[in-house]
Design a protein around this ligand. Structure first.
Ligand SMILES: Nc1ncnc2c1ncn2[C@@H]1O[C@H](COP(=O)(O)OP(=O)(O)OP(=O)(O)O)[C@@H](O)[C@H]1O
Length: 330
């Protein structure tokens, strides 16, 4: 949360339950070999994942990657077909009664009573908690003052999203699940949500969020797990994933179907060129002036005009493309 921000949370967010437990801190979330099938569709396919307490972990992946299914198993809505799921050291299905007071859940689509007014809903959810946050403070931070008397079904999509977030955190959970928390929000509302997530993290709350927005994952997460077809294809901090231990890579755009083997043969060292998507190329190995000169030299010799060339830090989108050969938004 930026200093001086008019929406800066000032109320204590820390869970009353967040003091170290005698048995030592269990991982906030631990999945081991988790499989979940729907008929012939394998939504989650052998997923391993460990999330440290007090951190923000983003599950990043395209539509249908298995993010929501994974989160729903953590929330105890369904058990896995194989493997184990542990949340705060507990089995979310078997130990649901012990776990529910310690977690907050923001569902895609809200999971609300359609006729209830926004203010009634928030106060109802707050009443389930022994030590809730002040609902008036949350309403103010999330800009919901003018929506309190509006029935849930009449709220705009963005207002429903913000109310769902307020309901997820009003009980001071130790761990919050946020499924696509900024889907459908405008830039201003998205920033408010990002700032609130940041404030929760600073107060020691663990947050598992799903997103298909690279900038959201980069901005919020301590650790990103890139998911595709129900599997983790890469994980690490945003910096680790985008810089690959500090190295910069060359990417370039040019007409599709260039002879990548021929280009690679002109480059110094063992650099290889790949075309993971039509017209988008990557060069393996570290970007150096000699590699750039050799690449542009090949273009001169072959009358190829580059549309773009970058030696900047890779984005998570680039990382996903390199790993899967597909665009993250596809
Ligand atoms: N209840 C269900 N019945 C049948 N198939 C399902 C069910 N829930 C999920 N699936 C399928 O499982 C796969 C993973 O879906 P899931 O919703 O977990 O992906 P996701 O990564 O959250 O996608 P999105 O970003 O679109 O929400 C998809 O192929 C989806 O169609």
């Amino acid at each position: 949360m930026k200093p001086g921000s008019p929406t800066a949370p000032s109320a204590p967010l820390r869970s009353r339950d967040s003091a170290p437990r005698p048995e030592g801190p269990a991982p906030a979330v631990e999945l081991s070999g988790v499989v979940r099938k729907f008929g012939t569709v394998t939504a989650v396919d052998g997923l391993d994942l460990t999330m440290d307490p007090g951190t923000v972990l983003a599950l990043l992946g395209p539509n249908g990657a298995g993010k929501t299914t994974t989160v729903e198993m953590c929330e105890g809505f369904a058990g896995p077909d194989a493997g184990t799921v542990r949340v705060l050291g507990l089995d979310p299905v078997r130990d649901a009664a012990r776990l529910k007071p310690r977690i907050g859940v923001m569902l895609q689509g809200g999971g609300a009573y359609p006729g209830a007014r926004a203010g009634e809903m928030l106060h109802l959810v707050a009443s389930y908690s022994a030590h809730p946050l002040d609902p008036r403070w949350l309403v103010s931070v999330l800009g919901l003052e003018n929506s309190l008397r509006t029935p849930y079904r009449r709220l705009s999509g963005g207002q429903q999203q913000r109310l769902a977030l307020a309901c997820a955190i009003v009980g001071r959970p130790e761990l919050v699940f946020l499924d696509e928390p900024t889907a459908g929000l405008d830039a201003q509302a998205r920033n408010v949500v990002w700032e609130l997530v940041d404030a929760l993290r600073r107060d020691g709350v663990s947050i598992l969020l799903t997103t298909h927005l690279m900038d959201e994952a980069e901005q919020l997460a301590d650790r990103v797990v890139i998911v595709d077809h129900g599997r983790a294809v890469a994980s690490g901090s945003p910096t680790e994933l985008t810089t690959g231990a500090g190295r910069r890579r060359i990417t370039f755009t040019a007409p599709p179907r260039l002879d990548v083997a021929a280009i690679g043969a002109c480059l110094p060292g063992d650099a290889r060129v790949a075309e993971p998507a039509p017209g988008r190329y990557t060069v393996s190995g570290e970007a150096t002036p000699r590699v750039v000169a050799a690449l542009t030299g090949w273009c001169v010799d072959n009358d190829v005009l580059l549309a773009g060339l970058s030696t900047a830090k890779r984005s998570l989108e680039d990382v996903f493309l390199e790993l899967t050969g597909r665009e993250l938004r596809a």
